[in-house]
Design a protein around this ligand. Structure first.
Ligand code: C5P
Length: 298
């Protein structure tokens, strides 16, 4: 999580993630699913700006970095209210550290929402780190991880700061992977999104769970085709059942020259792992012209 301070303003970059592997092991009594997933950080980032607020409430302002209009409006499907994970992270820090201070946060939103790219979780992680800096709280790594896990299953992946990690438990137990950060993807976020809870409600734990080890080995070697042949997402089949755009994207990607393709997380964003950056950019240009949704390369 990159975070820097200039005078009384703290800024943070909140990256997205892609899941190259996700296997469901069991449904737990608390309703969550025990899983094993391999995530990589993706080079599309939200930007957060934190400033001290003198009134007695914290405020969040969201600008849609994609609209490019002056002042840009918030994406329509994203609340700037108390239910936003950023403001929940503010409250978690205030109560954990016993501080009575308030903050004014501006979020420049680039990561598509409800896409399986964990933009909300990454924003929450950035908020924990940003407030630790702004208020000079001296919270340690373990404290931040505990707060992260209380906010969402994906938050700790972003706190750990690694390019890639295997995440277990409900997603909050992180094993960083020392693999090179040079993968190229083309990503399509179709017009509709999916609710994570809804997709998990439709999944079933695998009877014969696949291991993540072969993908980890392939990532160390770095050959896109070997990596792609070991990619897997147990949430893709339920997501395809719920959303026809995900099904259509799988069919479209079948005929593209990627090394392999997959839905990320609980969807709906769909990615192709490309042999190199040039192919990723070319495919992004080609798919942009097809009206499939938002297309970018990372
Ligand atoms: O943890 P997070 O808030 O991202 O999870 C959103 C929803 O996704 C949870 O309320 C739960 O329904 C589902 N989920 C799950 N098992 C996980 C992670 C999430 O069932 N490991």
């Amino acid at each position: 999580m990159r975070c820097w301070q200039h005078k009384s303003t703290v800024r943070a970059l909140a990256p997205a993630k892609l899941n190259l592997f996700l296997e469901i092991h069991a449904r737990r009594p608390d309703g969550f699913h025990e899983l094993e997933t391999l995530m990589v950080r993706a080079g599309i980032c939200d930007t957060l700006c934190f400033e001290e607020e003198d009134s007695d409430t914290s405020h969040l302002r969201i600008r849609n970095a994609e609209t490019r209009t002056p002042g840009g409006n918030a994406p329509p499907d994203l609340s700037a209210g108390e239910d936003n994970l950023i403001l929940r992270a503010v409250r978690a820090v205030q109560s954990h550290a016993g501080v009575d201070r308030q903050v004014r946060i501006t979020l420049e939103k680039r990561i598509p929402v409800a896409s399986g790219m964990a933009g909300g979780s990454s924003d929450a992680a950035a908020t924990l780190v940003g407030l630790n800096r702004l208020w000079d709280l001296g919270l340690g790594r373990d404290e931040l991880f505990e707060l992260g896990a209380s906010l969402g299953s994906d938050v700790n992946f972003f706190l750990c700061g690694a390019f890639a990690a295997v995440c277990r438990g409900r997603g909050e137990l992180i094993e960083p992977l020392p693999v090179p950060a040079d993968l190229s993807f083309v990503v399509v976020r179709p017009h509709s999104g999916l609710s994570t809870a809804e997709v998990f409600r439709h999944c079933r734990p695998s009877a014969n769970a696949r291991p993540v080890g072969p993908l980890v080995d392939a990532l160390r070697r770095g050959h896109p085709r070997a990596i792609a042949s070991r990619m897997f997402n147990a949430l893709q089949s339920p997501a395809e059942g719920l959303n026809s755009e995900v099904r259509a994207l799988r069919n479209r990607f079948e005929s593209l020259p990627t090394a392999g393709h997959l839905m990320t997380g609980s969807g709906t964003a769909y990615f192709g792992l490309c042999p190199n950056r040039r192919t990723a950019k070319q495919l992004a240009a080609r798919l942009s012209a097809e009206g499939l949704g938002r297309v970018f390369s990372v």
